[in-house]
Design a protein around this ligand. Structure first.
Ligand code: HEM
Length: 330
């Protein structure tokens, strides 16, 4: 195998390459979280939250999006305890996974001291007392993690009743908030017939604290663009036409494989479910330098059924992406 260039190794060692076979279909693809997954380039998956070289840039982007469009954040009134639960859980995860960057210390009854050396944040807060944080707790903690966050309340079903989602892949958190888990998945083809979502729902209803699970999902995005939400469609939708006209070099540079690592966590105090979505992007020109990834991605894209490609929004260029990857064989 040809050697992988050093800059590719450095930039994408933690990339969660999603394909485990030469064809891709939806499934209830969940596995226990926290285990290290080795890949052709490196590894991913040891912690529930991942901090990488894009940390500051992505948090700045989130701050800017939230300022421009407050509908990316919502906490329905009954979700306040869950928002605090999510906040402390995420800070704990950060401090455990990256002690070199973050520290969390209990300094009194319900009093916590937080230090983030990457943002310079240094504060002490009282768990449950909103006035001790600079912002609503869920929105504030979204300024510390790269993950998008959805909190689901468990009544007779699961409802997406809170969240901060600034990097949605072709959906709208503001539109979905308050919907049931089954309603949220309404637009996805196949999964109703194949009973994937009803099975996922029963699984989530039984999820236990301290036993988190994870899954991956993937699509493609044109440009290194995290915010491809319904709200900004006029900005990125036309790229799907544009990309058909560009030369091969530009195509490989602009088309990205977009992978979401999604964690499913039962919060210990509130009983809500925290759904974390961490988005990773890798351009085809980089992917093509990792031979097993190139070879398999070419096959998966060539084989992907039309209805799935259509739903993912890649139908206009996925065949060209497959051919591009095929032609990039060493
Ligand atoms: C085991 C759990 C889950 C499974 C198996 C699952 C499965 C899926 C699948 C197969 C898709 C289509 C993805 C694609 O083609 O790119 C999807 C989309 C989606 N999922 Fe899930 N999901 C799970 C958990 C969740 C949770 C907890 C949420 C929280 C709200 C969620 C929110 C969404 C949203 C918003 C979409 C996009 C729907 C749209 O197009 O409007 N999922 N999911």
């Amino acid at each position: 195998m040809t050697a992988i260039p050093e800059p590719i190794l450095e930039a994408y060692a933690g990339f969660p390459y999603p394909y485990v076979g030469d064809a891709y279909r939806y499934s209830t693809n969940v596995e226990p979280a926290g285990s290290l997954t080795l890949t052709a380039l490196g590894q991913w998956g040891e912690s529930l939250v991942t901090v990488d070289a894009h940390y500051r840039a992505e948090l700045a982007e989130r701050r800017e999006i939230l300022q421009r469009d407050p509908s990316r954040h919502a906490v329905l009134a009954h979700m306040r305890p869950a928002a605090w639960d999510a906040c402390l859980t995420l800070l704990r995860e950060l401090a455990t996974a990256y002690p070199q960057h973050f520290t969390l210390a209990e300094v009194g009854e319900l009093r916590w001291a937080w230090h983030n050396s990457l943002t310079g944040d240094d504060l002490t807060f009282t768990y449950g007392d909103d006035s001790t944080l600079p912002d609503e707790p869920l929105r504030w903690v979204s300024s510390q993690v790269q993950e998008d966050i959805v909190l689901l309340d468990q009544r007779e079903q699961l409802y997406g009743d809170a969240g901060v989602v600034t990097f949605a892949a072709d959906w709208s958190f503001g539109f979905d908030v308050g919907m049931s888990f089954l309603e949220i998945h309404g637009p996805v083809p196949r999964i109703r017939d194949e009973r994937i979502i009803t099975r996922a729902h029963s699984f989530l209803m039984r999820l236990q604290p301290h036993a988190p699970y994870r899954r991956t999902n993937w699509t493609m995005t044109i440009g290194r663009r995290l915010d491809v939400s319904t709200e900004t469609y006029p900005e990125w939708g036309p790229d799907r036409e544009m990309i058909q006209l560009v030369d091969d070099e530009t195509f490989g540079r602009l088309v990205h494989l977009r992978v979401e690592v999604q964690h499913l966590i039962r919060l210990p105090d509130s009983g809500a479910i925290m759904f974390l979505i961490r988005t990773f992007l890798m351009p085809l020109e980089a992917l093509a330098q990792v031979e097993p990834w190139r070879e398999r991605a070419a096959k998966v894209l060539a084989e992907l059924p039309e209805d799935m490609a259509d739903y993912k929004g890649i139908i206009k260029y996925k065949d060209r992406a497959a051919a591009w990857l095929e032609a990039a064989a060493p």
